[in-house]
Design a protein around this ligand. Structure first.
Ligand code: BTN
Length: 256
């Protein structure tokens, strides 16, 4: 493994089972220094974690559940959303390679959607030391060969459901490592504006008026911008602008 990348995935820790690859990675980072690019992957998570304190369900042995350890010490913590862009673009690059006919989108902040259904999620956790990002743990859950999803997973899809074939998990992990490395090196080389523009161009529902909620009321709006810090700026149908952090807004659906 590792022919396609210089450092991401050169060392892979494969675990039969673990509570969460992100929790495991955060645990080892507390105890010892770890080289950049180490990947932790498992066939089964017993307490897979998602965004906003949700759980991440994944049928054992069928999907990618992994965490990539990076050391973005060059990145100002106020711009850590650029890492979200790196991971979302990398994952959508891989999926677009495998499913070239499909519409691959990033749903702000970092869900990957294919033809309107969620195929992957990302959970990034940072270890900050004196206002510096010492480590970032990039957790990736990609639905691969799973074809049935629980009631709570309605609206989910997988590579197999879309591509009608079984995918090789080792090969996929190699592709993900290579793609993350490419996008991460883009960030490290200072090509931030390019990354931000590409992220914006791949956004789900960009330039389309859809229904959102701020959890007190619903309103129709379209995405105007994602700020460099990662806030979502919506333009409401009355022309006013509103800015939201991650947990402050939900997507309700397409306006009838
Ligand atoms: C989301 O969409 O809510 C984010 C899901 C992230 C899931 C991955 S699976 C590997 C890694 N370990 C975890 O516990 N979570 C992430």
């Amino acid at each position: 493994m590792g022919a396609d990348s210089l450092f991401v995935g050169q060392r892979i820790m494969r675990l039969d089972q673990v509570d969460s690859t992100n929790s495991f990675a955060m645990g080892i980072l507390k105890g010892m220094p770890v080289e950049e690019g180490v990947v932790i992957t498992t066939a089964k998570q017993t307490r897979g974690r998602g965004q906003r304190g949700n759980t991440w369900e994944s049928e054992p042995g069928k999907n990618i559940t992994c965490s990539i350890i990076l050391k973005p010490t060059f990145l100002d913590p106020s711009l850590q959303f650029d890492l979200t862009r790196v991971a979302s673009l990398a994952l959508s690059d891989v999926i677009a390679d495998l499913l070239p006919e499909r519409d691959i989108r990033i749903k702000w902040p970092n869900d990957i959607y294919v033809d309107g259904k969620k195929i992957a999620g990302i959970l990034i956790e940072n270890v900050l030391i004196s206002n510096r990002i010492n480590y970032a743990v990039v957790g990736i859950g990609l639905n691969v060969n799973q074809t049935e999803f629980s009631a709570s997973g309605t609206g989910a899809t997988s590579l197999k459901l879309l591509g009608q074939v079984e995918f090789d998990l080792n090969n996929l992990l190699r592709m993900i490592c290579a793609a993350v490395e490419v996008r991460y090196l883009q960030l490290r080389a200072g090509k931030t504006e390019q990354l931000r523009a590409e992220y914006f161009n791949r956004l789900f529902m960009a330039n389309i008026v859809t229904r959102y909620t701020d959890f007190t009321k619903v309103f129709d709006a379209k995405i105007l911008e994602v700020t460099k810090e990662g806030f979502l700026v919506l333009e409401l149908t009355d022309g006013s602008l509103r800015r939201f952090a991650m947990k402050e807004v939900g997507w309700v659906g397409v306006t009838q």
